[in-house]
Design a protein. Structure first.
Length: 367
């Protein structure tokens, strides 16, 4: 098959990493893939180019940009009768417009989050209108699929969910040795118990609540540290929150990292404080590392974290409840280890990238 993935850009993020890994699996299966970026390339584009994957750029500016649409159409014409797989809403309705009348085999859209825009927004209206020329719309969890169905997302054939997956071979379970190594690397005292999180530093991830929760944890358990992996526009503000809460000395901001699997190995517990999530790659990775999880009860999180089995679910925006759950697990090492093992066993059964890739290939074939 000839497959074109149409994205906004290839910045560092869960969506973009999923697309890159999906392309890798599809090429391994013998399919021809390339990428069209609506706006700019982004830093992950070089990774694809190094593997021989063509990455085209439309260079769209703000507002209506007919030149970018014409560029996208010209790129699509270079791979006729293929599969057009778009990612998220903005990329999708631009791609559908650019592809109008072209002899494509199938048009598929994956919405990687919960759809935060309001139903009445221009972008959401354009997205729903574009469904008339879309064969399949894919949500990454059942919670998102139900929300899209309720909001009027009706593709020509079917709206369905295909959960995200990860490459399990990149991950090793957390261990005492890895924890000692990470504590030393971060200049933390030996025996420090590390609460970690991974995600872009932006409002929807609400790391401020996690920092405020950690202050209560640290008051009860002084041998703890909070490690925040990721970067974004709120970094300075979050550093100020840590200072205001009096825990700046126990919080480490590591920025964007390419060694997330290794960092997860050195953690004792994973925390996710998001206000909204689709089907979180970060949670899947925490499961692969065998970590107990405390996450907010939003979006698809409850489809990954089963309370009392592999972690705890807490209300969004509530640092007190989050702190209580984190403290409880850190004080119950045997139960935390059992939860980590349960999460690891589950992700091996249900969260592999191979399973996700096979589901998409069947969809491309119309099965």
């Amino acid at each position: 098959m000839k497959i074109t993935h149409f994205v906004e850009n290839l910045e560092r993020g869960g969506l973009e990493r999923t697309v890159i890994d999906l392309i890798g699996a599809q090429r391994e299966a013998g399919h021809e893939c390339r990428v069209i970026c609506l706006f700019q390339r982004g830093p992950l584009a070089d990774e694809l180019s190094a593997r021989g994957v063509v990455v085209e750029v439309c260079g769209k500016s703000q507002g209506i940009d007919t030149r970018a649409i014409r560029r996208a159409r010209a790129f699509l014409q270079q791979m006729p009768a293929g599969i057009l797989h778009t990612h998220n809403a903005t990329a999708h309705y631009h791609a559908v417009l650019a592809a109008y009348g072209l002899p494509l085999q199938r048009i598929i859209n994956t919405r990687h989050g919960m759809g935060v825009a309001t139903r009445g927004s221009r972008g959401e209206w354009l997205y729903r209108r574009s469904m008339r020329l879309t064969d399949y719309a894919v949500a990454v969890c059942e919670a998102a699929r139900d929300r899209f169905a309720h909001s009027g997302v009706r593709p020509r054939i079917r709206l369905l969910s295909i959960p995200n997956g990860i490459r399990l071979d990149a991950f090793t379970k957390a261990s005492t040795q890895a924890r000692q190594s990470l504590a030393s690397e971060l200049e933390l005292p030996a025996g420090t118990r590390i609460v970690g999180t991974v995600g872009r530093l932006q409002p929807v991830k609400d790391q401020a609540t996690l920092i405020r929760a950690f202050r209560h944890v640290h008051e009860q358990l002084p041998d703890t540290a909070l490690v925040i992996v990721g970067d974004g526009p709120l970094r300075g503000e979050l550093e100020r929150v840590a200072a205001a809460e009096g825990v700046a000395g126990a919080v480490r901001f590591l920025g964007d990292r390419s060694d997330v699997p290794r960092l997860l190995q050195g953690m004792d517990l994973f925390g996710l404080s998001s206000l909204s999530e689709g089907y979180s790659i970060a949670l899947l990775e925490a499961c692969a590392a065998g970590l107990p999880i405390v996450a907010t009860r939003v979006g698809g999180n409850a489809e990954i974290v089963r309370g009392g089995v592999n972690g705890a679910l807490v209300p969004a925006g509530d640092p007190i409840v989050m702190a209580a759950s984190i403290t409880d697990l850190l004080q119950s090492s045997q139960r935390a280890e059992s939860m980590g093992n349960a999460g690891h066993a589950w992700v091996e059964r249900e969260g592999s990238f191979k399973t996700m890739s096979e589901r998409y290939l069947r969809l491309y074939a119309g099965e």
